[in-house]
Ligand binder design. Structure first.
Ligand SMILES: Cc1cc2nc3c(=O)[nH]c(=O)nc-3n(C[C@H](O)[C@H](O)[C@H](O)COP(=O)(O)OP(=O)(O)OC[C@H]3O[C@@H](n4cnc5c(N)ncnc54)[C@H](O)[C@@H]3O)c2cc1C
Length: 476
């Protein structure tokens, strides 16, 4: 390749999401010069869409008297991840989370407060004002622009690492104006996940049918580059799966009506899960991934339609829809869904079964069993809380299509608790660091919601850690 342009800096960072910008600022404050390459024309990656981040012991938590300690959060997280996560890395990152909230505010980040994602989880989710794009990326980017020793190059995709004598020594990139050879003393991979790389999703993820919630170019190129440099592939296959109505905005009333803990049946017409698992959305994703075609139907009757329209819903996804609100546009939304082939409406259960293509006898058995759960105020099959049981008796009946999607993948590159990239034999690749969703070690096989916002928090904190470790490596 003919390199039209040569650049250089102490450290090159691949990606300008939360992890990349936090690494860049940390390095800059420590006196290093930084080159950030971003393949898109604006900063932020998937961080732009995130709502909030995990922290323990923050001033928000102290103010609200949330007594959770790092020790407790660590133990819960390690139990929930079946000790598959890297304990030293998890502990190190958790110890930093409270201080990082303060640090981010010093950079101009704005938090709207402390939330929980479900009635069963602790208040650990520090939400950003106006999602990640406004509350986090805009201020971090502004700060980065103010630093004389940070240069951010947009529309430029890093293609490979330059390795000299086993050490990371820069990158080769392709920009709008041609190819670039950037020499550096260290490289931080902060290039996010691979949820748009269907080949890898099929190969590594159990939920191979998954579609990204926000389609982008998250192809895992930084992960591939690290592997090519000798890094150990690590924790591939961990996805933040979720059950959604296909091709609906996260704020759509149709999505909210469909992703409710009502009766869910698979494409065989069988009930298959305690539907209130939707509060732990990645586990709802796991349950759906086990069904034929990773597809299902949320079934309700006309009384429930009226209830949702006039009174409200039992579940909302994060803060994308307000739990206290009803669904005033539900009738129009259902009609839109019918036109799009993702909602079916019928005057009888037999007709509904025929429309959604399931065996009528199996489907009607599932409905009868479900109604018996309601009548008996107890679900002997899956133990669903009676608060989420509604009868399916009044025609017309509705079925809303459910499919599998993913926010992000987590993992790919093995790092230690200093974010240094490790080879198969656990030795360090000098000068190479990884942070955020490109790095493995925070989870087991499933995204974990007791540490709600853990993925973004891991990105922000490992970004800072990578910056600090790279400074040490540079002798600064
Ligand atoms: C809708 C949605 C909601 C979410 N909500 C939450 C939440 O509330 N809490 C939470 O913890 N997590 C949430 N997440 C996940 C969260 O967004 C991620 O954990 C976080 O953004 C990861 O940050 P990152 O820096 O690793 O990756 P990113 O923010 O994706 O940044 C990676 C960057 O690298 C760039 N890049 C990739 N390859 C190259 C290359 N070869 N050359 C140059 N640039 C490259 C990308 O374009 C991108 O800008 C959500 C995700 C989505 C999609």
């Amino acid at each position: 390749m003919n390199h039209e342009k040569e650049m250089q800096a102490d450290v090159v960072i691949i990606g300008s999401g939360a992890s990349g910008l936090c690494a860049a600022l940390t390095l800059s404050y420590g006196g290093a010069s930084v080159l950030v390459f971003e393949q898109e024309s604006e900063p932020g990656g998937m961080t732009n869409y995130a709502e909030g981040m995990f922290a323990v012991g923050s001033r928000y938590q102290k103010k609200q008297k949330v007594g959770l300690t790092v020790e407790e959060a660590f133990n819960v997280h390690m139990e929930e991840t079946h000790w598959l996560a890297n304990p030293r890395l998890v502990r190190t990152f958790m110890e930093r989370t409270a201080g990082t909230i303060d640090w981010l505010e010093e950079q101009g980040a704005e938090f709207s407060g402390l939330f929980t994602i479900s009635p069963f989880t602790q208040r650990v989710w520090h939400q950003m004002e106006g999602l990640g794009k406004e509350g986090l990326i805009a201020p971090l980017f502004k700060k980065a622009e103010e630093q004389k020793n940070i240069t951010i190059v947009f529309d430029t995709e890093v293609k490979s690492l330059i390795m000299v004598g086993g050490r990371a020594a820069g990158v080769l990139a392709e920009g709008k104006d041609g190819s670039i050879k950037a020499a550096s003393k260290a490289v931080v991979i902060a290039s996010g996940g691979y949820q748009d790389n269907q080949e890898w999703v099929d190969k590594y993820c159990k939920s191979g049918f998954t579609r990204p919630v926000i389609p982008a170019r998250q192809l895992g190129s930084g992960i591939r580059m690290a592997w090519e440099a000798g890094a150990q592939p690590y924790d591939m296959g961990v996805m933040q799966t979720i059950v959604l109505v296909p091709e609906e905005e996260l704020t759509s009333q149709l999505l909210t009506a469909g992703f409710q803990p009502r009766l869910w049946v698979n494409t065989l017409g069988e009930r298959f899960v305690n539907e209130s698992i939707c509060w732990k959305f990645p586990m709802a994703g796991n349950a759906l991934a086990r069904q034929p075609g990773a597809s299902a139907w949320c079934v309700f009757d006309d009384d429930t339609r009226v209830y949702m329209k006039e009174k409200g819903v039992n579940y909302v996804l994060g803060e994308f829809y307000d739990i206290l609100k009803n669904l005033p546009d539900l009738d129009e939304e259902l009609e839109r869904g019918i036109q799009a082939g993702k909602v079916f409406k019928a005057g009888s259960l037999d007709q509904l079964a025929a429309k959604i293509g399931v065996q009528a006898a199996t489907f009607k058995d599932a409905v009868t069993e479900y109604n018996e759960c309601y009548d008996g105020k107890y679900d002997p099959i899956f133990g669903k809380d009676r608060a989420y049981l509604d009868p399916i008796r009044k025609a017309p009946f509705y079925a809303v299509k459910l499919g599998l999607a993913a926010f992000m993948t987590n993992g790919g590159i093995r790092i230690n608790h200093k974010t240094e990239v490790l080879k198969e034999d656990r030795t360090v690749i000098p000068g190479l660091f990884a942070a955020g969703c490109s790095a493995g070690g925070i989870l087991g096989d499933t995204y974990e919601v007791s540490t709600t916002g853990g993925s973004l928090s891991f990105a922000v904190n490992t970004g800072r850690m990578a910056g600090e470790s790279a400074l040490k490596y540079l002798g600064k």
